[in-house]
Design a protein around this ligand. Sequence first.
Ligand code: TXA
Ligand code: MG
Length: 349
Amino acid sequence: MKTIIADADDVSIMAASKIIKSGGLVAFPTETVYGLGANAFDPIAAKKIYSAKGRPSDNPLIVHIANKKDLYSVVKNINAEIKNLIKNFWPGPLTIICKKKTCIPNETSGGLDTVAVRFPANPIAQKLILYAGVPIAAPSANISGKPSCTRAKHVIKDLNGKIDMILCDDKFSFGIESTIVDMTQKSPVILRPGAITFEMLKKILPNVIMNKNLIIDDEHPKAPGMKYKHYSPEADVFIVFSDEKNMDIRERKIVDKINKMVSNNQEKKIKSGVLAFNQTKEFYKNCFVLSMGDKNNLFEIANNLFDCLREFDLNQVEVIYAESVDEKELGSAIMNRLLKSAAYKKIKA
Ligand code: TXA
Ligand code: MG
């Protein structure tokens, strides 16, 4: 298949909307990561998403809408808590799981009686949905199991030749996928942390809880997507941490530990990579070092994370040692993605 690759100007967005209407697949930017979109009401189009991504078909898709009232067309039982969420966080990087209406086919909802819905803040995504005139079902636009795409070049690498069109625009506000909150349980449950943080949600939903599978990995995962290996580059990733309270000593311990492992690898002719910060990148020797950004700027780190993971692959790195951030606010979402890419392997410095 020939994939049209175009800058996301108005003419291309209009062309893309026609492709969606006629049952095709379009990758488009959102404020989180690129999505791979199809008409959410069209079961055959939804099926095409699974085959383009190589994604198991029991893994449901997020339905994207372009105004708040459209939520009422696709889900039922919208209570005061859900209304409050929408009022505070939409449009934005928050996906809400509700009981679905029958207009959402099983192919879109992965056979569940619930559906995940999001109103993205990105104006290109909004225009695409409005021009298409239908909600757009879209998972992240990456090959299943690979890091999500935050640059057009990532989408082209994964999906060129497999989909109808790629709308390119790399101005991302967040760079990691939306927060997912399940509103169909007794208490609201965060299934995936994101830029709408636990702390922010807690102010609106005092009884919200974090799905404990985010922390303990070997139980049955609640979001079906969590049972598959995710966000992984080809290389073997390890998170290197230290319990040391003093920040300077902690940093030194981590750097020393990583440098030791790198030199061991060098003797064995294994190519090492280090995922570091602007403040620490200079300290590493004899390896391929990438900085996620300023250690104190969690937004910059989130924005660069997936690009760095993919960059290691392009440089044939075999083992990656990643520094960590504190697991609070946006840091929880960053560590969630890093730990998944490492299959939860940690090394204590
Ligand atoms: O930021 C995002 O959310 C991006 C952009 C494109 O909007 N989309 C995205 O979609 O990350 P995806 O499919 O890669 O991740 C959605 C996750 C999957 O783990 C899926 O299993 C889960 O949401 N999910 C979707 N519908 C669900 C449902 N009804 N119940 C539980 N989990 C659901
Ligand atoms: Mg995904």
